[in-house]
Design a protein around this ligand. Structure first.
Ligand code: OGA
Ligand code: MN
Length: 204
């Protein structure tokens, strides 16, 4: 596709001014449902593994989700559709904000009822490759009363709660926004994705 895409102009403008934004035109409902179906099937088949925070196993209490990385060389059809659209968005961000994003990494995450992820920053202390965090939600007919919001802490000490409704994509600058996942009363599915810059000397 040679013509520049302007479908994410709102996202790139808002990210430039606020450092975060919510996007609703990443994927169609059918594509989102295909991801949800696959994620839940993989969870049922026990293909997701309990997440670890860094190398510190005692830190797992900070984080109650189970995850499975997308393998770039072996994407399923729904994963390929997601990866293709994330790439369109990544290229729009590079064009409009000169972010120099070279690739992305993504994983499915399932939080069972009661599971949470304590307040944290996505950028790892010894690796600043992650520039933009992109969290895509897969949960059909999510009700606010079911909990499970992603709580994003803003620089003025206030916060915003984003509920994990199917089709919602939350973008924020990885190095600037602490956030947490609040517990929910039902299984909560997401895709966590990080768009990365090239880091000289980094292993990954
Ligand atoms: C993460 C994260 C948020 C979510 O994996 O780092 O913050 O809503 N996930 O799944
Ligand atoms: Mn995070």
């Amino acid at each position: 596709m040679n013509t520049p895409s302007h479908e994410f102009d709102m996202a790139t403008n808002t990210l430039a001014t606020d450092g975060w934004c919510v996007v609703s035109n990443l994927l169609s409902l059918a594509q989102t449902q295909a991801l949800a179906t696959e994620c839940m099937a993989m969870h049922d088949a026990q293909l997701l593994t309990p997440a670890r925070v860094g190398a510190d196993r005692t830190a797992t209490r900070l984080r109650g989700d189970s995850t499975c990385w997308f393998l770039p060389e072996a994407l399923s059809e729904p994963q390929q559709a997601f990866a293709d659209r994330i790439d369109v968005l990544r290229i729009a961000l590079n064009r409009d904000l000169l972010l120099g994003l070279v690739d992305s990494e993504s994983h499915y995450a399932v939080y069972e009822p009661g599971a949470a992820y304590a307040r944290h920053l996505d950028r790892l202390r010894d690796n600043d490759a992650r520039v933009v965090s992109a969290v895509f939600y897969l949960n059909d007919a999510w009700q606010d009363a079911e909990g499970g919001a992603l709580r994003l802490y803003l620089t003025d000490q206030s916060h915003r709660d984003v509920y994990p409704r199917a089709g919602t994509l939350l973008l924020f600058l990885s190095s600037q926004f602490e956030h947490e996942v609040l517990p929910a009363t039902r299984d909560r599915m997401s895709i966590a994705c990080w768009m990365r810059q090239r880091v000289i000397g980094a292993i990954c």
